[in-house]
Design a protein around this ligand. Structure first.
Ligand code: DQA
Length: 143
């Protein structure tokens, strides 16, 4: 069975409370549970990891080199400037799919740039929690 990891980055733990007009009012636990159930339907073993810390996310991505077959990542604000996360993704040579709940291109200009996009196989943004399911669908096909 293929093993995939969902990484939730900074402030994603506040989804449900945080700016509900942008991110919705469902909690991250509910969103994660629905994503996990979807992964199970796809025949994937799935784990969820959350951290607000850049270094902890880098450590987890590096773990994927041996422990996981692919990653779905919502790197939150780190998406827009973390070269460390980008380099970790490039290093592991495993398919990584970028997810954003909101349509980052319809928001502030600083959110239009993703430094991780060039090292990800693809990305999903603007579909809210459905984005995790779409990313898992893609990962299941790729694997
Ligand atoms: C986000 C978009 C980012 O710009 C923002 O910093 C987040 C959430 C999203 O899921 O829409 O924290 O990644």
């Amino acid at each position: 069975m293929k093993k995939v990891l969902i990484i939730q980055g900074p402030n994603l733990n506040m989804v449900g409370i945080r700016e509900p007009g942008i991110y919705g009012s469902e909690t991250i636990d509910t969103i994660n549970a629905q994503a996990m159930a979807h992964a199970e339907r796809l025949g994937l073993a799935c784990e969820v990891f959350h951290s607000n810390s850049e270094g902890a996310i880098v450590d987890k991505i590096q773990e994927a080199f041996t422990a996981y077959d692919g990653i779905v990542i919502n790197a939150g604000a780190y998406t827009h400037y973390s070269i460390a996360i980008r380099d970790a993704i490039a290093a592991i040579k495993k398919p990584v799919i970028e997810v954003h709940l909101s349509n980052v291109h319809a928001r502030d200009e600083f959110r239009h740039k993703s430094v991780i996009a060039p090292v990800c196989v693809g990305g999903v943004f603007g579909f809210g929690k459905i984005g995790y399911k779409l990313a898992l669908d893609a990962l299941a096909e790729l694997l």
